[in-house]
Design a protein around this ligand. Structure first.
Ligand SMILES: [Zn+2]
Length: 413
């Protein structure tokens, strides 16, 4: 039990910030009720948050015969975090404020087959440009969350994959970028980040799964508001669930992986062997081509439609498995590969869980499309920086450099 004079625990800050964010303006008494923290902890936490400028008092509210309650609200522009999603084909960057709102976003080409040093240099340049265009001072930026494919050693900030090239295997992504831009950097699996981005900075504590498709296929699961991580933060690899023991061998070592039967790369390869190649002028890059096929499918092209419907049917088998494993009642499709074709994939998945989810007699399972299809993973990266900083159920953010900077600003005496 802490004495009234002891400093508030960092998770208390996360809880108080969430409660203030959810309510726009709120009194200290209401914060006690909303968080379950003691009045003394609320007083200390609010004092610290006010001293660093994250919240401020905005008037009073007369309630009953007692003295008026002072109201508190968030200062959204008190600090910012940056989120970047990148893979071989595409990259998206966002700046998110303390309210969890995106204040700036941009896209750039993916990693392709460039050396990691070159990619990191581009990311650093891109971050500087983004901050400049948003007129966000660097002094207010707490850190950068980079989300990409796995496997990865999240704690070390290192990728453990030779995809898209051998140069990435063991590459110190977080430390390299942190050295370049002189800000703390964390890395995260893109599908997990997309799930976090879907929930945002609120404190809903909900449980759901995301199906993420960009260059590859992944999934993220959030249970009671916290991302499920498994033993090494490399869990829920939906794209590498086998649906065919005799299917093609995958680079992961498995056979018949969903990604190799239904992912953008294989769909584009198949399309290039049909009349779609010339009709859609394919050959502009996997994700660009996949989106062109998707638009053609939505417009009724029979060849494109057959490819997309086939892919959606395979992925739907994986979605039913995902639901059976985690007993979630909601599945959200997100990732820029779903931008045009989301309705087809959603329909197949809904049909699969309606017919095949083991618990369907107990509760329905709803399949939805994200409202931030292209940005969820980048937003999740930005959100995770703040959650990590505040200790909101996340492990500490570590980088080779910058770890010492990873603290909230010191309180003003
Ligand atoms: Zn695989």
């Amino acid at each position: 039990m802490k004495s009234p004079g002891s400093p508030p625990a960092v998770p208390a800050m996360a809880a108080v910030l969430d409660a203030i964010r959810d309510r726009v303006t709120v009194s200290r008494v209401e914060l006690v009720g909303a968080t379950g923290l003691t009045a003394a902890t609320i007083t200390n936490t609010v004092r610290r948050l006010m001293s660093v400028g994250y919240v401020r008092e905005v008037g009073t509210l007369q309630s009953g015969a007692g003295s008026p309650r002072r109201l508190i609200r968030l200062e959204p522009d008190a600090c910012y975090t940056v989120g970047i999603q990148f893979d071989r084909f595409t990259s998206t960057a966002v700046i998110v404020d303390l309210a969890g709102d995106v204040v700036e976003r941009s896209t750039m080409p993916g990693a392709a087959l460039r050396h990691p040093d070159s990619v990191v240099a581009s990311l650093g340049h891109h971050i500087e440009e983004l901050l400049s265009s948003a007129a966000v001072p660097r002094s207010k930026v707490l850190g950068v969350g980079v989300t990409t494919h796995g496997p990865q050693d999240r704690d070390a900030g290192v990728l453990l994959t030779s995809n898209p090239s051998i140069d990435w295997l063991g590459y110190p992504l977080a430390a390299s970028l942190s050295d370049l831009i002189d800000l703390p950097v964390l890395i995260e699996n893109d599908a997990t980040a997309a799930a976090v981005g879907e929930e945002g900075l609120g404190s809903s504590g909900s449980s759901f799964a995301t199906v993420y498709m960009s260059g590859g296929i992944g999934s993220g699961v959030v249970l009671n508001g916290q991302p499920y991580r498994g033993a090494s933060s490399n869990g829920v690899e939906l794209g590498h669930i086998s649906v065919d023991a005799f299917g093609p061998r995958c680079t992961c070592g498995n056979t018949g992986c969903i990604e190799n039967l239904a992912g953008p790369t294989v769909i584009v390869e198949k399309a290039r062997n049909t009349g779609l190649r010339s009709r859609l002028r394919l050959g502009q890059g996997t994700l660009v081509d996949f989106k062109a096929i998707g638009r053609a499918a939505m417009a009724g092209d029979p060849d494109a439609r057959a490819l997309i419907e086939g892919s959606a049917a395979v992925l739907a088998v994986g979605v039913a498995t995902l639901v059976n494993l985690f007993d979630v009642a909601r599945v959200v499709f997100t990732g820029d590969a779903f931008t045009d074709v989301g309705p087809i994939y959603r329909r197949h998945a809904q049909d699969a869980v309606d017919k095949g989810a083991f618990m369907r007699a107990v509760h329905p399972v709803r399949v939805e499309q994200s409202r931030q299809m292209s940005d969820a993973a980048a937003i999740g990266g930005a959100v995770l920086v703040l959650r990590s900083l505040l200790g909101a159920g996340e492990s500490a953010m570590r980088t080779a450099r910058g770890a010492e900077r990873l603290s909230l600003p010191a309180a003003v005496p």
